[in-house]
Write a protein that binds this ligand. Sequence first.
Ligand code: GLU
Length: 424
Amino acid sequence: MPDQNNSVIKPSGNPFDSMMSRFDMAARLLNLDDQLYNVLKTPVKQVIVALPVTMDNGQIQVFEGYRVIHNNQLGPAKGGIRYSMDVHLDEVKALAAWMTWKCAVSNIPFGGGKGGIKCDPRSMSKGELERLTRQYVRALSEVFGPEKDIPAPDMGTGPQEMAWFMDQYSKLVGYSSPAVVTGKPLVLGGSKGRVEATGRGVMVSARSAMLKMGLNPFKCTCAVQGFGNVGSISAKLLEQQGLKVLAISDVTGGYYNENGINISEAIAYRDSNGGTLAGFPNTTSITNEELLTLDVDVLVPAAMEDQITASNAAQIKAKLIVEGANGPTSADADDILHNKGIVVVPDILANAGGVTVSYFEWVQNRLGYYWTEERVNRRADRNMKEAFENVYNTAQQHNVSLRIAAYIVAIDKVANTTRLRGGF
Ligand code: GLU
């Protein structure tokens, strides 16, 4: 088991409150009327289901599954499914709302949803995970659909879970339905570039911010918290852009080398080491807490919620924070960072590369025509850059942080769409 002191800081705050306090601030700046405010803040649908699964020892264990659709004004709900012991309703609600704002900021014609199962995937066999995933699809089959609600991977899930999902849903409807879920393996209708897409978007938005700030990537250092799909690929692509990655971390703790870490070696080590960085050579051990306050130019929190809070924000030395995770900064840390002049590219903008390529995957599934990786990356990069410019200009115009600007762009779009659709 990882040393408790080294492991990623346990989220303490309520992520839904954290989301709402930014929403409130942006809504005030937009003069959003009370009625629309109430419509937009309330999730459209919240479902909790019991998932009885036969475990390998023959015993039936009951898991709890969640799916929340926060909003579907811009299109079908979209958002990942998380497998973690920390899953709870307020977390899923917050994550679903962030998906609404993320899709709106990135000009993706989807609403926001999120799901999760309270389980510890690392302690389960492949067979148990498959039965659990299929049970989840069966229990929520009325919620999902290519025109209704389209899941994707999130923490603790990946292409294999999406393959089971697609297969189970297809069995239920009686025909192959690849567009019901994204992040699938390529042979099942996945999109080229999807696995790397979130990390790639983090790199593209980091580059956009660095350009505005006059930071030369070849002279910048960086620390990345979290070494899952998002953290490891962000680190690799930032390294390719010339940044020196001084520290990385995962649930086993942080790994520091003042001369820079070779990220390809770290990824190969993790993959041959049961999925963790435990014992990664030629580095000094640091805690996740220490990683966040290192003297680096760029900090990428890509682990989970509530890592940067009022208790450590004042010690952060990075000039730029690019949020790979959803909700890594609690609302009470926003002002502290802003007053210190630290630029934060917020989650709903910085990590939107994943859902952008999910959208492309859904489009390709429906067309039955598949794009080259070059086309996927070119279109995703362009979309990320345009979203960044739009948020940056809004921030200048309202004299607010990039985070509040991103919420302003998103809420304004969903509010206008809601007004036009009417129907109340
Ligand atoms: N789970 C990812 C996110 O939080 C991807 C969602 C998707 O592709 O639908 O953005």
